[in-house]
Ligand binder design. Structure first.
Ligand SMILES: [Zn+2]
Length: 372
């Protein structure tokens, strides 16, 4: 199901709007039309409040878009292309094709956003104080947008990775330690702590004050926590498997079973070796792959006269990799297709098997021995 629609392209960058954003549009406009504007400008017809509220909301979100465009344009200047900008319930996000490779590039790309929001806020604020007479609809709307931009710049500077503040902190630690993984771990750690404080405070707001806005804080905290964890694991994955070939991670010369076995004999192999699957061979030819769960559909009393060939996945349907393939992309494919393992074949010969266990073990060894 499509969860967003394309608004268009701005400066060559695709801008999508997530459907959750429409909810914000409605809530935001309503609270402005029934709360803020009647308070600061009493006595006007409701129609005026509503028109101003909707326009103010749209301009407010154009400011969020400006913030994300600033990140995007700086990223493009640093040689990173932008997939798209998405506006959604919690604001906006510029999806970059890749992460910055240098801490200073990360610093520039990140700082561009809050700096833009801050400048818009200050300029609109100055126009409000110096040029416009207070007490009319346009100046109060302008004041609100100025205030919102300052708020957006300050909120984003909270050091909770992946918020801008957390990214700036990561760039600084990265710059001084020259270790992206450690910098990310510290930034994600601080970010998780702040997220949990936010979630806790949100619950207190709900329980003690009966303030339903606490729920917003709970969701936001949880989302930041999740996003931090996700970017950390992606980074660990990239750092671990970048440039690594399948042959370096796979289990070479795997234990195989013969095509002429029956399931009773196969069961003995599973019990003896405790693997989840075996390549099925006959002589030096590979015929397929048989895994433990494929046995469970066959009743036990039929095992002794059912051949392995009847339940195995034939070679033509098996996921296969070459020893020189890029390990990271093969594992991405495995994760996407929910395969537990791939056969590693070199010129028609079985040379190894690559499983999730191999991947986990490699990652663990690399983390313990290689990086720290
Ligand atoms: Zn930002």
């Amino acid at each position: 199901m499509k969860s967003s629609f394309r608004l268009g392209r701005i400066l060559g960058i695709a801008v999508d709007i997530h459907f959750s954003w429409l909810l914000v549009l409605a809530l935001f406009s309503t609270s402005l039309a029934q709360g803020f504007f009647p308070e600061v400008l009493p006595g006007l017809p409701p129609r005026i409040y509503w028109i101003t509220a909707v326009l103010t909301t749209i301009i407010a979100f154009a400011s969020i878009l400006a913030h994300e465009l600033a990140h995007s344009l700086m990223a493009i200047r640093e040689g990173i292309s932008i997939k798209k900008i998405v506006l959604f319930i919690f604001g906006g996000v510029a999806q970059m094709e890749a992460e910055a490779e240098q801490p200073l590039a990360e610093l520039k790309i990140t700082a561009a956003g809050p700096l833009t929001s801050f400048c818009i806020g200050v300029i609109l604020g100055l126009i409000y104080y110096l040029l416009l007479p207070p007490g009319n609809v346009i100046s109060e709307a302008l004041f609100f947008i100025a205030y919102l931009n300052i708020y957006v710049s300050l909120f984003n500077l909270i050091p909770a990775f992946p918020l801008d503040g957390g990214r700036l902190m990561r760039a600084a630690i990265w710059y001084f330690s020259n270790n992206l993984l450690r910098a990310t771990r510290i930034a994600v750690g601080v970010g998780s702590l702040i997220s949990f404080l936010g979630i806790g405070y949100g619950f207190l707001m709900i329980i003690i004050q009966g303030n339903i806005m606490g729920l917003w804080l709970v969701f936001l905290g949880w989302m930041i926590y999740q996003a931090g964890q996700t970017s950390y694991s992606q980074l660990v994955f990239q750092e671990t498997f970048g440039g690594i070939k399948v042959e370096e991670v796979m289990t070479p010369n795997p234990v195989t079973v013969s095509l002429d076995l029956n399931l009773q004999q196969l069961a003995d192999h599973f019990l003896e070796h405790k693997f989840g699957a075996f390549p099925v061979v006959y002589g030096s030819t590979t015929h397929g792959l048989v895994s433990l769960h494929q046995m469970k559909d066959i009743p036990r009393d039929k095992w002794s006269h059912t051949p392995v060939s009847q339940i195995m996945t034939p070679l033509k349907n098996c996921p296969v990799a070459s020893p020189l393939d890029d390990a990271a992309s093969i594992m991405m494919k495995m994760a996407a297709s929910n395969e537990g393992r791939v056969l590693v074949m070199d010129n028609g010969d079985l040379v190894g098997i690559l499983s999730r266990t191999d991947m986990m073990r490699f990652m663990q060894m690399h983390l313990v021995l290689g990086l720290e």
